[in-house]
Ligand binder design. Sequence first.
Ligand SMILES: *Cc1c(COP(=O)(O)O)cnc(C)c1O
Length: 384
Amino acid sequence: MKKRKDFLSYGKQSIDESDIAAVVETLQSPFLTQGPKVEQFERAVADYVGAKYAVAFANGTAALHGACFAAGISKDDEVITTPITFAATANAVLYCGGMPVFADIDATTYNLDPVAVRQKITSRTKAIMPVDFTGQPVDLDKMMQIAKEHNLVVIEDGAHSLGASYKGQKVGAQAHMTMFSFHPVKPITTGEGGIITTNSEDYYEKLKVFRSHGISKTPYSIEQGDWYYEMTDLGFNYRMNDIQAALGLSQLSKVDSFIARRREIASLYNKKLVNVPGVVVPKQLEETESGWHLYMIQLDERITGKTRREIFDEMRARNIGVHVHYIPVYWHPYYQSLGYEKGMCPIAEQWYERALTLPIFPQMTNEDVDDVVECLKSVLHPLK
Ligand SMILES: *Cc1c(COP(=O)(O)O)cnc(C)c1O
């Protein structure tokens, strides 16, 4: 295959005129931050996923930090999570003084394995942070069952999975708290942004206080005068602003069409790649409907005769923006310096060595998909 003219990135936002109009309208309104749009966006996301409450944050990482705070994670508490995630998931635990504990993944779904989670539970375990990796929901029933038996909080990292379903229900209302990210490559975008959805009024109140310096205004102001407020916790300024929320509202109205297109692309890939020697296509469990944030294949070097690095470089040289998600979190120098050892999660590590992300985003055309497939085939099996 010849080189593509333009670089096809692995993921990209879809912004149209109605998104731009929504942002402009807010810029012309009296409120740029803490206005009506943030609350409308929170209500809309909560309704979309079927949760009682939502609290918007400046970004998904801040939202995870808030969730760990609300769950009461503090010094020496252990939180079980997956090594195959963006570092922010585990970092949120460290921000609160807790200790991330990495459990291995399931070889079929690449998601945190409930059996491995059970093996990592100690008297210090406070929470589980499963990630709906690539957009496929984790086995939420099993995670919630483990949590119930051991009195743990489940904080679901749904950065990839807005719009995905588990047993016919959208994710965002099953776990104690669920985080969604609105970074431009994620299912919908607010530029930067994140949110926690929850059914718990207690978490809801804590999240709101944490997001705004640890300050709460009610009920003291009634007794003390209108200027009065109290800082009750050491919070942060992690607020989303109205400009972001206006974009989010406009994007949310299109999320189902975005996901539908991602599903089409994924099934095209599946069809075209399932019989290519040396390629393993991703599997979906019957009870989950992925949002297909990422489309990831595994490569079998014994069959392809090429390393993942060679395949990656050759495809990049032809302007196909392949990627790899993610380096096991505890391999990063910072985690190594904390004493985490390589080899801890062998299935995750083996999977990582073989994984390759192919481009997928709503505005990708069928011709783009053909370019990726043709390029991969010609790199893998040049003589055929
Ligand atoms: C993107 C992402 C985050 C962090 O979200 P930001 O909005 O970029 O801070 C956390 N976890 C996972 C799995 C992600 O993909």
